[in-house]
Design a protein around this ligand. Structure first.
Ligand SMILES: *[C@@H]1O[C@H](CO)[C@@H](O)[C@H](O)[C@H]1NC(C)=O
Ligand SMILES: *[C@@H]1O[C@H](CO)[C@@H](O)[C@H](O)[C@H]1NC(C)=O
Length: 494
């Protein structure tokens, strides 16, 4: 009786000590840590030094209530003027690299192929990049993080196949102007958000709602644009510049809602409709078969003369496949996936093409973002899925992080990073998954799209009410620095 009581108390106390569940494995020596931001979310200076208008400038100026509190990115963190402070923060964190994105409209104010280059735009990015290199921080550069030049949107935006030519011109310009300094290029960030949310569901600029059609056309053009940029780099720049190119694709982890075969099938279908939509054509070959089959079949039943999912020609399939030097993942959370009966065939849309019931567990810890609950084991499962599905590629985690409503003391964020990193190091050390980089989102609080400044993801806080946009280090930044320097999540690693 006494022994049982003692054991119970011990189990209870050990259970309270969170670090007990934390991995004692050490991140390998070659493993690199970074932090990320994106141009529209931090730069501000929306119309300075010759920058053109982009779709986020346009939507926030013409339809201010589109964003919570009528916030916009006109000034944001003012990184256009304060980039040296940003670099000093990165140096203080001790990160190996900084992931930031280029504003297409700052470099090409008109956006289109053949249009003039804004020298001051290039100068800004050369300044930022040089400042990083002078401080021993490697630049990792995203070409496109959702801020399409407005003139290109007026031509139809990503569903217009002409975008491939404009993007190719932009990519070549960037490789020419910055390629001597930058060795890691990310063509697109989370294209599913650009296409599905921007053209399908309307919850991101340019806020179109033609799901099941425009989102598929957008993706088709975007994948071809990626492949073209990859080949341009490979053929014209790689031998002299020696860099690498990949695409950042996001997914949540989809956990089968039960042990049934049907729920397992639903979960696999869901990840094929998210990561696979982009990953399959680039890493393997063509769209996932389950997407091709389901959308062909539903389109036929709906009376469309051809599938709503555009087809790649055989030549295109071969041009696109293999256009990656690494696999990149943005991952934050998980959903349960449950098989469901086919919905009304007259419903045209991505969700009904997918037809899986997705939900979150009420017991998962909440964040400030409704879509994001804390599910650390989802990261280990996702990287294992990538490794298995895509034949053990090198994987970069290009974003991972959590939101709150603000404050310098942020134990929830510390806990989030500890537990996700714990699952990641176990995936590397125990499961043999080849993950070589981890990027915290975000370096600092910034413009969180439709949520404005209300959801905060930063390791540093930014005072958006002050013209100085004063940055202050959070407790999580100290924690992240410590992890980077010790490469270990507990007091002492094995
Ligand atoms: C780039 O740096 C130089 C030297 O500090 C400065 O004079 C110039 O204004 C900067 N340009 C931009 C666009 O930030
Ligand atoms: C990870 O992938 C890279 C690139 O293919 C390779 O050089 C490296 O040896 C791999 N590392 C491990 C631990 O498999």
């Amino acid at each position: 009786m006494k022994l049982r009581f003692f054991l119970l108390v011990t189990v209870f106390l050990v259970g309270l000590d969170k670090s007990n569940s934390t991995s004692k494995n050490k991140f390998p020596d070659y493993f690199k840590f970074g932090a990320a931001t994106a141009s529209y979310q931090v730069e501000g200076a929306w119309n300075e030094d010759g920058k053109g208008e982009n779709i986020w400038d346009h939507i926030t100026h013409t339809n201010p209530t589109y964003v919570e509190n009528e916030d916009n990115g006109d000034v944001a963190c003012d990184s256009y003027h304060k980039y040296k402070e940003d670099v000093a923060m990165l140096k203080d964190l001790g990160v190996d690299y900084y992931r930031f994105s280029l504003s297409w409209s700052r470099i090409l104010p008109y956006g289109v192929a053949g249009s003039p280059v804004n020298k001051l735009g290039i100068e800004y990015y050369r300044n930022l990049t040089q400042e990083l290199l002078d401080n021993g921080i490697e630049p990792m550069v995203t070409l496109f993080h959702w801020d399409t030049p407005e003139p290109l949107q007026e031509l139809g935006g990503w569903p217009n196949p002409e975008m491939e030519e404009h993007y190719a011109y932009y990519a070549r310009t960037v490789f020419e102007q910055l390629g001597d300094l930058v060795k890691i290029w990310l063509t697109f960030n989370e294209p599913k958000q650009t296409c599905l949310e921007g053209y399908g569901k309307g919850v991101k600029a340019p806020a179109f709602t033609t799901t099941g059609m425009a989102d598929y056309k957008c993706t088709h053009t975007l994948i071809k644009s990626h492949a073209k940029a990859y080949h341009i780099y490979d053929e014209e720049f790689k031998s002299k510049q020696g860099g690498r190119v990949g695409m950042v694709i996001d997914t949540v982890w989809f956990e089968p809602a039960s042990g049934s075969e049907k729920d397992a099938e639903a979960a696999e279908r869901a990840i094929q409709f998210t990561y696979g939509w982009y990953g399959n054509p680039i890493i393997l070959e063509n769209y996932p078969q389950v997407m091709i089959d389901r959308i062909d079949e539903r389109s036929k039943q709906q009376g469309f003369a051809q599938s709503r999912l555009p087809k790649f020609s055989e030549e295109e399939v071969n041009y696109i496949k293999g256009t990656y030097d690494f696999v990149a993942l943005n991952m934050y959370t998980a959903n349960y996936a449950e098989w469901k009966e086919e919905t009304d065939i007259s419903d045209v849309g991505y969700d009904s093409d997918l037809n899986v019931h997705l939900f979150m567990d009420d017991s998962w810890e909440e964040s400030a973002s409704s879509w994001l609950r804390v599910v650390p084991w989802g990261l280990r499962k996702t990287v294992n899925w990538l490794s298995k599905t895509y034949n053990n590629p090198e994987i970069f985690i290009t974003e991972n992080g959590v939101s709150d409503r603000g404050g310098i003391d942020d134990p929830q964020r510390i806990n989030f990073y500890r537990e996700y990193l714990s699952n990641l190091v176990d995936a590397i050390v125990e499961d043999g998954v080849n993950v070589t980089r981890y990027t915290a989102w975000s370096l600092m609080d910034n413009f969180e799209w439709g949520s404005g400044y209300s959801e905060k993801f930063g390791l540093y806080s930014v005072d958006f009410s002050s013209p100085e946009r004063t940055r202050t280090k959070k407790a999580s930044a100290d924690y992240y620095s410590q992890v980077i320097s010790t490469r270990c999540l507990v007091d002492s690693c094995e």
